[in-house]
Design a protein around this ligand. Structure first.
Ligand SMILES: *[C@@H]1O[C@H](CO)[C@@H](O)[C@H](O)[C@H]1NC(C)=O
Ligand SMILES: *[C@@H]1O[C@H](CO)[C@@H](O)[C@H](O)[C@H]1NC(C)=O
Ligand SMILES: *[C@@H]1O[C@H](CO)[C@@H](O)[C@H](O)[C@H]1NC(C)=O
Length: 426
């Protein structure tokens, strides 16, 4: 179990406490639904009325988010991605929704979503066009921010396509942030600034955090295990520069949850849910809530896993070690609790045993002198009381994850309902 050095460095970083965008939003990672990964730029409502980007799609998702327990679980933002617009601005230069697919316009859709107690997200781009070729916001940041505010929009995902210089990219992201603030409306600002900057220069996360509520660092997610793996590996390889940037008000965004779609096995879906909780990621599902398996629904609505994602301390987790096909991640939580994930990266064979010396966790502090351990995924079990010299053994399926929560045994709130005594407290 190596890695004490990097962990020490990460813990030291946390003291920095860089200032977040001061709009009072995203104090915990934003939760909601976003159309992109599942519905892409499908504008053919004649051929595919149920799967095209239209007001009906968002109204149906809003209905189900309320009736099927998603809202109660914390998913609040119903978000539109690219391809909602008419191909050109109106005669006053204002953006408008495609009149065939959004006959009521965005304001009426926002009213509908608000009537359900939910919030509406929308999409634009810092450059001359959106990634799919619709009108971009370049040259109209203030006008577009005001248009979104007038419509009652609550979140803006701001993409970075068709921008011809790094100066204009940075200037555009800053100006849109100030323009949103200038409207006086509370609007979550979701950026892709570091993603577009990174090929050319090292992003300044102190600055990005001052302007954005979350920011994408890495390319779009796909509905595949390869995609999940590449995001986890990228995040772990860059954790020294990104983990310290996350905290209440500003988060690294590893992109949408694809749980409930086609490309991930059950164990891979468990891995995505567990690791998005460890990474303090915004939780934007991109799936079809009208047709989702009970198993995927239960995973996405797992209250205890969501509580780890939403932990008020707001520290992002990190990979502690990588050896023998196992990745070990940990995340410090409030009330001296810790979340721990064991990921089996072997893509052959059956379940593998993993033996974890508890003394390696949290720089030796996570289970010291003892802790109560609950397994949350793939199935819930109260594993009981452990001492810091103990070794915890778990079986983990190929490409699957065991997610654990460790807590101090002396909290009365927990010990009453908590695990049986497996060993005497030291
Ligand atoms: C705008 O920014 C100021 C501080 O810079 C902050 O106090 C205010 O709440 C912000 N307003 C909105 C609507 O975000
Ligand atoms: C938008 O296009 C104009 C005209 O070609 C160009 O001058 C400007 O730099 C472009 N803006 C961005 C952000 O690429
Ligand atoms: C990063 O941005 C912050 C805030 O704008 C600034 O104070 C700092 O000097 C920048 N760091 C670098 C290395 O440019």
């Amino acid at each position: 179990m190596g890695g004490a050095g990097p962990v020490l460095a990460l813990l030291a970083w946390f003291g920095a406490g860089a200032e977040a965008l001061d709009n009072g939003l995203a104090l915990t990672p934003t939760m909601g639904w976003l159309h992109w990964e599942r519905f892409l730029c499908n504008t053919d409502c004649r051929a595919q009325p149920q799967a095209c980007v239209s007001e009906q799609l968002f109204m149906q998702m809003a209905d189900i988010m309320v009736s099927e327990g998603w809202k109660d679980a914390g998913y609040q933002y119903v978000c539109i991605d690219d391809c909602w617009m008419a191909p050109a601005r109106d005669e006053d230069g204002r953006l408008r929704a495609d009149p065939d697919r959004f006959p009521g316009g965005i304001r009426r859709l926002a009213n509908y979503v608000h009537s359900k107690g939910l919030k509406l997200g929308i999409y634009e781009d810092v450059g001359n066009h959106t990634c799919a070729g619709y009108p971009g916001s370049f040259g109209a940041y203030e006008l577009d921010a005001q248009t979104f505010a007038d419509w009652g929009v609550d979140l803006l995902k701001f993409d970075g396509c068709y921008c011809d210089s790094l100066e204009r990219l940075a200037e555009g992201y800053r100006r849109m942030s100030l323009a949103l603030n200038g409207t006086g409306r509370s609007i979550v600002y979701s950026c892709e600034w570091p993603l577009y900057l990174r090929p050319f220069q090292k992003p300044n996360y102190t600055e990005i955090r001052q302007y954005c509520n979350h920011w994408r660092n890495f390319g779009d997610i796909f509905d595949s295990w390869d995609s999940i793996k590449s995001i986890l590996d990228w995040t772990a390889s860059n954790q020294d520069s990104i983990v310290g940037a996350a905290g209440p008000g500003g988060w690294n965004d590893p992109d949408m949850l694809v749980i409930g779609n086609f490309g991930l096995s059950w164990d891979q879906q468990v891995t995505q849910m567990a690791l998005w909780a460890i990474m303090a990621a915004p939780l934007f599902m991109s799936n079809d809530l009208r047709q989702i398996s009970p198993q995927a629904k239960a995973l996405l609505q797992n209250r205890e896993v969501i509580a780890i994602n939403q932990d008020p301390l707001g520290r992002q987790g990190y990979r502690l070690s990588k050896e023998d096909n196992f990745d070990l991640w940990e995340r410090p939580l409030s009330n001296l609790m810790w979340a721990v994930a064991m990921v089996n990266r072997q893509e052959i064979g059956g379940p593998q045993g993993y033996s974890l010396p508890l003394s390696v966790l949290g720089n030796g502090l996570a289970c010291n002198p003892s802790c109560l351990i609950t397994r949350l995924l793939p199935t819930r079990a109260e594993l009981g009381l452990y001492s810091w010299v103990d070794i915890l053994s778990q079986q983990v399926n190929p490409t699957g994850t065991v997610l654990l929560r460790l807590e101090a045994p002396l909290q009365p709130r927990r010990t009453q309902s908590g695990g049986r005594l497996r060993r005497p407290i030291l």
